[in-house]
Design a protein around this ligand. Structure first.
Ligand SMILES: Cc1cc2nc3c(=O)[nH]c(=O)nc-3n(C[C@H](O)[C@H](O)[C@H](O)COP(=O)(O)OP(=O)(O)OC[C@H]3O[C@@H](n4cnc5c(N)ncnc54)[C@H](O)[C@@H]3O)c2cc1C
Length: 450
């Protein structure tokens, strides 16, 4: 952990390709770029799920204290507007073998995830988000191969041991729902929410904007720590008594948690709007989403027109470790090739439909799946590193950072803080070579689930 008074930010975020969920919405409301020096009680760096949740929770806790949020890019242009929109209440890798605390750890994670989803639900209600933006419809994990079906079965057994509700969906039911014959079996669980991620982020920001001063295209390029911290941006400085950092993996660009954060990119493609004939050829219902039974498999979502964006399909797969925190053009090309193949396997009746958008986005993970959280300097809190499930865990870290900073202690915080420090990573180049080779091998093993 860095422990110095002057921090120069080494890297700013670079997002490959467009944030399609944002691109298909009507033109966004914009927020100003900071062009003057300001003084606030609270500064939040980063405007994703964590930053906005921290802003919301602070606004509930700090009375009239002033709050500013600084986003390097535009809202919903970063990973927050690039994800598949599954807010999942259950542990994402439901193989208890892979959880350090096993059963108890899973129950703890479920409780925390549900608290975060409830917080998001309250915001969705307060800011009048329609079903197309925040839909508490549950989720389906599905398999297209015998091996995938075996994964579903062990997932089902695990849900039994956790006492969780589920419904098994047959191949016929999956076809009626999705229109494709690809899926042999599905497993529905009711607690997840599907969001239009960019719209969700924009609605929360809109709702908060009367209380919180939001600045876009305002990257923090250096930080001077002191009685009052000074955050420098290209055209203005922010003096703040308290700072919450919600920059996910870019925490490392500020010098924190060196050698502990894994920077994984994952990739997606979105079709052009489907024509009425294509929608008829596909069949099935108009809004659905599927998570792969094999963690290295393909996530698919179909969604109907919202605000003129068109009926489309979005497909996500492929992961690469890029410790430079930038994806390469060759990563994007390989992802496009894999996604075209996965699309063709699932939707032969839509063969040849062009992908209008292709993009990648950053995740931050630790080897032992714990966050990079807490008071990292005096009155500087980190709400970073969401280990993949950032719509939920980002929301949770933001809430928790605000509670730790203001309250010091809370029931949820006690539950949340029960984890070890992030483990040290193996040295380079062994880490990147090893991790990328392992992920390629697992993708190959996933076979048709990819
Ligand atoms: C293709 C894809 C699919 C995904 N699918 C899902 C899914 O279905 N469900 C799920 O839960 N998660 C999913 N994720 C992961 C999820 O998007 C992230 O985990 C989540 O966005 C993390 O939230 P966050 O607020 O912590 O960080 P981010 O969303 O990354 O927000 C951090 C913000 O900090 C800003 N920032 C960085 N440095 C600075 C600086 N110096 N100054 C100012 N601002 C700065 C960035 O611009 C960024 O906007 C997916 C990700 C991708 C790429």
């Amino acid at each position: 952990m860095a422990n110095k008074n002057n921090i120069n930010v080494k890297r700013l975020p670079v997002d490959p390709g467009p944030a399609a969920w944002n691109s298909i919405l009507p033109k966004a409301r914009t927020y100003p770029l900071l062009r003057e020096d300001i003084t606030v009680d609270w500064a939040i760096i980063g405007g994703g799920f964590a930053g906005l949740a921290a802003a919301k929770r602070l606004s509930q806790l700090v009375g009239n204290d002033s709050i500013a949020l600084l986003e390097a890019s535009a809202l919903a242009q970063g990973p927050a507007g690039r994800n598949s929109g599954f807010m999942i209440d259950l542990p994402h890798e439901l193989n208890s073998e892979s959880y350090a605390g096993g059963h108890a750890q899973d129950l703890r994670q479920i409780k925390l995830n549900r608290a975060a989803i409830d917080f998001a639900r309250e915001m969705a209600e307060e800011y009048a988000m329609p079903k197309a933006v925040f839909d508490p419809c549950g989720k389906v994990t599905a398999a297209g191969t015998a091996k995938g079906v075996a994964h579903i079965e062990s997932y089902r057994q695990h849900l039994e041991t956790l006492g969780e509700q589920y419904e098994v969906r047959s191949a016929d039911e999956m076809k009626t729902w999705t229109g494709t014959e690809f899926y042999q079996k599905g497993l529905f669980t009711p607690g997840a929410v599907m969001i239009q991620p960019a719209s969700f982020i924009r609605s929360v920001a809109d709702g908060l904007s009367e209380r919180v001063a939001i600045y876009e295209n305002t990257p923090v390029v250096s930080m001077q720590l002191g009685d009052t911290h000074t955050l420098s941006t290209p055209q203005g400085k922010v003096k703040a008594k308290n700072v919450i950092m919600a920059v996910n993996g870019h925490l490392q660009s500020f010098g924190y948690f060196p050698g502990r954060l894994l920077h994984v990119f994952t990739y997606a493609s979105m079709t052009r709007p489907l024509s009425p004939q294509e929608i008829k050829r596909l069949g099935g219902s108009s809004d659905w989403g599927i998570l792969p039974a094999d963690p290295m498999g393909t996530t698919v979502r179909r969604f109907s027109d919202y605000q003129g964006g068109g009926d489309r399909i979005v497909i996500r797969n492929h992961a690469t470790l890029n410790q430079s925190i930038e994806a390469k053009e060759s990563n994007m090309q390989r992802a496009a090739m894999l996604q075209d193949r996965s699309f063709e396997n699932r939707f032969p009746m839509l063969s040849g439909i062009e992908m209008e958008y292709r993009w990648g986005g950053r995740l931050c993970l630790t080897l032992n799946s714990v966050p990079a959280f807490g008071e990292i300097e005096e009155r500087v809190w980190s709400a970073c590193c969401q280990n993949g499930l950032g719509t939920v865990k980002g929301t949770l870290s933001g809430m928790m950072a605000a509670e730790q900073a203001v309250l010091g202690k809370s029931e949820l915080l006690d539950l949340f803080l029960d984890y070890p420090n992030p483990s040290r990573l193996p040295p380079e180049p062994f880490l990147s070579i090893g991790a990328n080779a392992t992920m390629r091998f697992k993708e190959w093993q996933a076979g048709l689930e990819l």
